[in-house]
Design a protein around this ligand. Structure first.
Ligand code: PLP
Length: 388
């Protein structure tokens, strides 16, 4: 394996941890390893790490520290927000709204609630993968307890007009909770829950060069959630379980490093993405799913190649040390048609032809050139292979 040659373009699946984050976590594993609930010195120093991380993350989101909860991943944050929020509010109503392009962490939570007797409205999107605030407002009813709309789509990078949707939800029914899955948007975009009328916001450490195994949930003042974990009563009883101190501190440092440089990083990511688009657009039979302009996420590009199956392209690129994913990495373990690609109207014959290139600040412009060239060279060869 030649580590140097590898081009990692699967950053929406997961990212490489920043060395500074790994160093901090190592220090905590070895030095501040106490249980933050313990009353002795080791517990107190671990607790200090938690307090510091909470402060950092609260500062980034411009919210109060007490409104943040730590979970084990983005999936758990989404589950706690949606299932916990719906169960706590069910006396007010049993209607929920979401979109057809959410991550399985949201879609499966909704399905679970449906099986418990809740009614779910799933809104469609336009060809760009965008939800209209008017459609959301029209779907809200007096018995709607929660609306869940993602910030950045993990497959095609569409970025929803979250603030307008939040406004529309609150205008239609001030009691309806607004949940946003911001796992792909956190630290790529400025997300301010209070300004955007967000009651519940989910984020994950491993998408931002932090560690795996740590998630964040913002819960607005006055919002009640039914806890999903029962035990020692940590985090005010909302999420029992000993806090993952190294993970929490690692996530906070990663977020601080990215958010301290948000504008410059966005420019760098956008420039690399636009370079890829310009080079790939010259290849016949290559199209892009969703928007390619600056209104889409700066780090996600979904490329549809007529006549070439995504999985075949993925492995051919892998042979050249270039790592991408087919559709979304989360669904590639369990092959099934992508809900997002279907929702934006991808022809059924082309459902298997999309690869996702997802960038990070660790990538370089040169890697974009090498990748585009590799794709251009592989297409005629792989198409012949498919047409046998
Ligand atoms: N939501 C979105 C939009 C995602 O892309 C992902 C992961 O890919 C998740 C939720 C789940 O996050 P985690 O892997 O931390 O459980």
């Amino acid at each position: 394996m030649n580590e140097k040659r590898d081009i990692y373009l699967d950053n929406s699946a997961t990212t490489r941890v920043f060395p500074e984050v790994a160093a901090l976590m190592n220090e905590i594993f070895l030095e501040d390893y106490g249980n933050p609930s313990s009353m002795h010195h080791r517990g107190v120093t671990a607790e200090r790490r938690l307090v510091q991380a909470r402060k950092t993350l609260a500062g980034i989101l411009k919210v109060k520290e007490k409104n943040l909860y730590f979970t084990s991943c983005g999936t758990e944050s989404d589950n706690l927000a949606i299932i916990g929020g719906a169960l706590a509010a069910q006396r007010r109503g049993r209607h929920l709204i979401t979109t057809r392009i959410e991550h399985p962490a949201v879609l499966e939570s909704m399905k679970y609630l449906e099986a418990q007797g809740f009614e779910v409205t799933r809104l469609g999107v336009d060809r760009d993968g965008l939800v209209s605030p008017e459609a959301v407002a029209a779907a809200v009813r007096p018995d709607t307890v929660l609306v869940s709309v993602m910030h950045t789509n993990n497959e095609i990078g569409s970025v929803q007009p979250v603030e307008e949707i939040g406004q529309a939800v609150k205008r239609a029914n001030p009691q309806t909770l607004f949940h946003v899955d911001a796992v792909q948007g956190f630290c790529k975009d400025l997300i301010l829950p209070k300004k955007m009328h967000i009651d519940l916001l989910a984020a994950s450490g491993h998408k931002i060069h932090g560690p795996k195994g740590i998630g964040l949930l913002y819960v607005a003042d006055g919002v009640r959630l039914e806890p999903l974990m029962h035990g020692g009563g940590q985090q005010g009883g909302m999420r029992s379980g000993t806090e993952n101190v190294p993970g929490i501190a690692g996530m906070a440092l990663a977020a601080q490093m990215l958010c301290g440089n948000l504008e410059a990083d966005r420019e760098k990511l956008s420039a690399m993405k636009q370079r890829l688009i310009a080079l790939l657009a010259q290849i016949p039979d290559v199209e892009f799913n969703g928007r390619t302009d600056e209104t889409a996420a700066p780090h996600i590009l979904s490329v549809r190649i007529r006549g070439v199956r995504a999985e075949v392209m993925l492995h051919a690129l892998e042979d050249k040390g270039i790592y991408v994913s087919s559709g979304s990495a989360c669904s590639s373990n369990h092959p099934r048609p992508s809900e997002t690609l279907a929702a934006i109207g991808t022809p059924s014959a082309e459902m298997d032809n999309s690869i996702r290139l997802s960038l990070s600040v660790m990538n370089t412009m040169e890697e974009m050139d090498v990748t585009a060239q590799a794709i251009a060279e592989l297409i005629p060869f792989l198409r012949k292979f498919v047409r046998r």
